[in-house]
Design a protein around this ligand. Structure first.
Ligand code: NAP
Length: 294
């Protein structure tokens, strides 16, 4: 693995602007299922650091992942490079009350060993009123504990509700399931978000589960496009998510060869013909479908 000292020379990943004007890298690293086993911790820290060395300086985590364990892994990975990394974390819906969200954020900050989170999201919509959550998020922003706030697993109607609340229109991003096999958001949510310049952050962009992974990676068109580009099917799947400038992808990879492969996808330019073939294998939605989530 490369050493951290190479960070300053790491090739930059392209960015997209958040509504505030801040730039966010379009390719980051997920941490779901990290921080669950102490025996794997050092390997997980090393994996994230390797990703940073390659320029993937966006980390997605959550208080839910490993019940705080993933945030502790992130803390170790970013310790000597906090300023270079864009950290996203998420609050559990049941903690997202006016007071609970502030306390949850403070716990996350302690685990992350930092004094601010770049982007703090409501993990999914629960029973707590959205007004309470936005109020807490605004307060966290005013006190500098978070720089931006946003949501996850929100469909258009949820976004409309959120945006109508005081401060809700400062929403920075919506993190949702999006990959070749889950294209439902193309019908309404992506156009809606694009019109308002709110970037979509695509989770599970490579392999939401073994079954979908098999379907994607064994698809005839995916395989032939991969062969033409000298790439792997996983790289084609990820390059497809990254084909638009305003979509952010946060694949999770623990194996160094996967981390490197993911970074290299930014150099893959899918052709119009490639995209048409992928549409044949994984058709875009023809009507509104309910937002899918994992
Ligand atoms: P994913 O990133 O699409 O897929 C992860 C799996 O794909 C791992 O098994 C990984 O293997 C493998 N992989 C990664 N890159 C690969 C490559 N280049 N070639 C072959 N295999 C590759 O799925 P995910 O972890 O579900 O989603 C990514 C992140 O999104 C999560 O970690 C989490 O941060 C976030 N997320 C958010 C929500 C939400 O509700 N907001 C829900 C789900 C996920 P190895 O680990 O063995 O390298």
């Amino acid at each position: 693995m490369k050493e951290a000292t190479q960070l300053n020379h790491a090739p930059k990943v392209r960015t997209t602007p958040l509504p505030s004007g801040r730039a966010i890298p379009v390719l980051g690293q997920g941490t779901w299922r990290m921080g669950e086993e102490p025996a794997r911790r050092q390997a997980e820290v090393a994996a994230l650091r390797y990703g940073f060395d390659l320029g993937m300086n966006l980390i997605d985590t959550a208080e839910m992942y490993g019940e705080g364990g993933a945030e502790e892994v992130v803390a170790e990975a970013i310790a000597d490079r906090r300023e270079e990394v864009f950290v996203v974390s998420k609050v559990y819906p049941h903690n997202a009350t006016r007071r609970g969200a502030i306390e949850a954020c403070e716990r996350s900050l302690r685990r992350l060993k930092t004094d601010y989170i770049d982007l703090y999201l409501l993990h999914w919509r629960g029973d707590v009123s959205l007004a309470e959550t936005v109020e807490a998020f605004q307060q966290l922003k005013e006190t500098g504990k978070i720089l931006e706030h946003g949501v996850s697993n929100f469909d258009v109607s949820d976004m409309d509700e959120w945006m109508a609340l005081l401060g809700g229109d400062e929403v920075a991003s919506n993190q949702v399931l999006y990959n070749l096999a889950h294209r439902g958001i193309e019908f309404e949510l992506i156009p809606w978000s694009r019109e308002r310049r709110i970037p979509i952050m695509a989770y599970s962009p490579v392999a939401p589960n073994a079954q979908v992974q098999k379907k994607m990676f064994n698809d005839r068109n995916v395989k032939s496009i991969a062969a033409e580009h000298g790439a792997t099917p996983a790289q084609i799947a990820l390059a497809w998510v990254l084909r638009e400038p305003d979509i952010i992808a946060i694949p999770k990879a623990s194996r160094p060869e996967h981390i490197r492969a993911n970074r290299e996808t930014l150099d893959i330019k899918l052709t119009v013909d490639d995209l048409a073939k992928l549409d044949k294998s994984f058709p875009p939605p023809k009507r509104k479908v309910s937002l899918e989530m994992l």
